[in-house]
Write a protein of this length. Structure first.
Length: 360
């Protein structure tokens, strides 16, 4: 395996980083947080104008024709800037439609996604049920009944890609969130993002695919994308902490020169490097159609358990400054916690990995 980015992927990484650094400053984030919507509109327009929102979609629908590794670089840049954008839910929903949708479905939705005009979202989590590959929502006769929790950007989304089980087994379906039989209850995630509980009561739905592995295909890529986003979050938080401890003085010298601080941040550097390695492995394997089941569990464990260590060390090394809402680190800690628990934290990953090893 060689995880060195090729020329096109490096261009994507550099461009995404430049745009989000320019458009999503701490001051811009404060203005968004005090406004009516959790959405960085200027950054979204800039990313879509640069072709990055649809970089992993087919060229025939206006996309860039690249793969999940390239999109992972956009998500990593989002994590580094903690930009409130629907890159993960809309991008992964669009990729599912691109792969499994009919020509009519692809033509109706994906060009708008690539241009930044259409936002999609995902309904793959269910209340008190972590079996995302085996949804309890039921699909029959062109309608779905069930609940989907932690649905991001539900009010802005034109369509939801929803997982449900029919007589044929788990499948992917398109649901109009403004359509009949759909109701939504608003809430807040750990990172203070508006999310919704979506209740489907005989809601009309179009099946995306006849492929019985489509649900697992989508869930795997969402997990890998969470890890890519967490990589950006932890890299930025560690870099911020290194800069702070290098300038903050105690007893007449920088805090970073104290052995306990140096050792603790060195441990976090190792943790971040491991998050990078395991996330890159999962993205690389999925982009090439390989079986990434075990590597996904390992990647999510690092992006949960060890990412939590990065968050704690960053806060502790900042002292009281770290918890101030006037200082940007608190956003990275909240994002870290949100991503840590999304689709299963470390203990769940170990359980699943242990079960897989036992069955083998």
């Amino acid at each position: 395996m060689d995880f060195t980015l090729d020329e096109a992927e490096q261009v994507v990484a550099d461009l995404a980083g430049e745009i989000l650094t320019d458009k999503v400053s701490p001051e811009a984030l404060s203005a968004i947080e005090s406004g009516p919507e959790w959405f960085a509109a200027d950054a979204w327009l800039a990313l879509s104008g640069a072709g990055l929102v649809g970089i992993a979609l087919g060229e025939d629908v206006g996309g860039g024709g690249l793969d999940l590794v390239a999109y992972g670089q956009v998500l990593r840049a989002q994590g580094a800037s903690v930009a409130p954008l629907p890159l993960l839910p809309s991008g992964l929903a669009a990729m599912a439609i691109d792969r499994f949708g009919s020509p009519e479905q692809r033509a109706a939705l994906l060009p708008g996604v690539a241009r930044g005009e259409t936002v999609l979202s995902l309904g793959i989590q269910e209340p008190n049920d972590d079996r995302t590959r085996h949804p309890s929502a039921r699909a029959s006769g062109g309608v779905i009944t069930g609940q989907k929790s932690v649905v991001e950007f539900a009010e802005r989304a034109s369509r939801l890609v929803v997982t449900a089980t029919s007589d044929r087994g788990p499948g992917l379906f398109l649901v109009d969130p403004a359509g009949p039989g759909v109701s939504m209850t608003a809430g807040l995630s750990t990172r203070l993002e508006p999310v919704h509980l979506v209740e489907l009561d005989q809601a009309p739905a179009e099946r995306l695919t006849e492929d019985d592995d489509a649900v697992a295909w989508l869930v795997d890529r969402v997990v890998a994308s969470l890890c890519a986003t967490q990589l950006g979050v932890t890299e930025a938080a560690l870099r911020m902490t290194a800069e702070y401890t290098s300038t903050r003085e105690q007893f007449g010298r920088p805090v970073a020169t104290f052995q306990a601080v140096t050792q603790r941040l060195a441990d976090q550097y190792i943790n971040v490097q491991a998050i990078r390695l395991t996330a890159s492995t999962a993205l690389w394997e999925l982009a090439r159609g390989l079986d990434a089941a075990d590597d996904l569990r390992i990647a999510k464990w690092w992006a949960s358990e060890r990412a939590t260590e990065v968050a704690h060390a960053s806060q502790h090394c900042h002292g009281g400054m770290g918890v101030s809402v006037d200082y940007p680190l608190h956003r990275y800690t909240l994002w870290n916690k949100h991503l840590t628990t999304s689709l299963g934290a470390g203990t769940q990953q170990l359980r699943e990995l242990g079960a897989a090893l036992a069955s083998a």
